[in-house]
Design a binder for this molecule. Structure first.
Ligand SMILES: O=C[C@H](O)[C@H](O)[C@H](O)COP(=O)(O)O
Length: 260
């Protein structure tokens, strides 16, 4: 049974559909996590089945591993694949320099390792993720369970001296229990409102003992493919050192997966 997609799902799905065109036969592909990446995994599975593409996918989370197997993709660990040709992943925010905030789904650590081990990272998003200044979306940091509250207090104290508008650090919970990442750690969401200097902040956060990684992706993303609910796509490409934007109308035929 096929259903009409909402504008936001149309935006996500057309960005994902456009992105999988960049995957070529023989590639090792990093598979992102989240609702937009889920579309990408499905479209990649469709290409594998229809075109007989020989690719291997490296999932960034257990959730994505399950989706990839359901889509008929061959998967491997990062250590088995060693280095990747391309990673396609979603984002929570991106700015004009293609700096990202990621980790809304708690997968930021594996996502950052996988994207950093890739020749190219393509981000797929609906256009609402585009921001002039990062920070409206709470910045996730992954912290180890030991000394959790002490780590949180140290992070808040450090944020007090940073170029941000707020510095509340909130432990992420699910069903009143701390959220647990695939790595067995927890997530603290930093409500900063506006991040003035992402590079400085990212370095400072990773120096706090107990912090494993932060959700700022700096100089990692090469291209953002951003979908609109009316079927338009904008591509911002940094791979040749310049920003360029193109408009591609791929229509709204993405609802072939609406019944999945
Ligand atoms: O941890 C989750 C990831 O960073 C996601 O890629 C991010 O939260 C975007 O997710 P969605 O595509 O569902 O908006």
């Amino acid at each position: 049974m096929s259903a009409e997609l909402s504008p936001i799902d149309t935006a996500k799905s057309i960005a994902a559909k456009y992105a999988v065109q960049f995957v070529e036969d023989g590639m090792r592909v990093g598979l992102g996590t989240g609702s937009t990446s889920a579309w990408m995994v499905r479209y990649l599975g469709e290409r594998v089945q229809q075109e007989g593409l020989n690719i291997v996918g490296v999932p960034t989370s257990r959730r994505t591993a399950v989706l990839a197997q359901e889509a008929g993709l061959r998967i491997a660990t990062l250590d088995e694949a060693k280095w990747l040709d391309i990673t396609i992943d979603g984002t929570d925010e991106y700015d004009a320099e293609l700096t990202l905030i990621k980790g809304g789904g708690g997968a930021l650590l594996h996502e950052k390792i996988v994207a950093s081990a890739s020749d190219r990272m393509i981000v797929i998003a609906d256009h609402s993720k585009s921001v002039a200044h990062l920070g409206a979306f709470p910045l996730p940091i992954e912290v180890i369970p030991f000394g959790l509250q002490t780590t949180r207090a140290m992070v808040e104290a450090m944020l007090d001296g940073m170029d941000v508008l707020g510095w509340e650090a909130v432990l992420r919970t699910i069903d009143d229990q701390p959220f647990v990442t695939d790595q067995g750690n927890h997530i603290i969401d930093l409500h900063l409102k506006r991040i003035g200097d992402p590079r400085h902040l990212a370095l400072a956060l990773n120096q706090v003992p107990g912090v494993v990684e932060n959700g700022l992706f700096i100089d990692i993303c090469d291209m953002v493919i951003s979908g609109h609910g009316d079927g338009r796509i904008e591509v911002t490409d940094l791979s040749d050192g310049t920003l360029k934007e193109v408009q591609v109308d791929v229509g709204q035929d993405a609802n072939i997966f609406a019944d999945i």
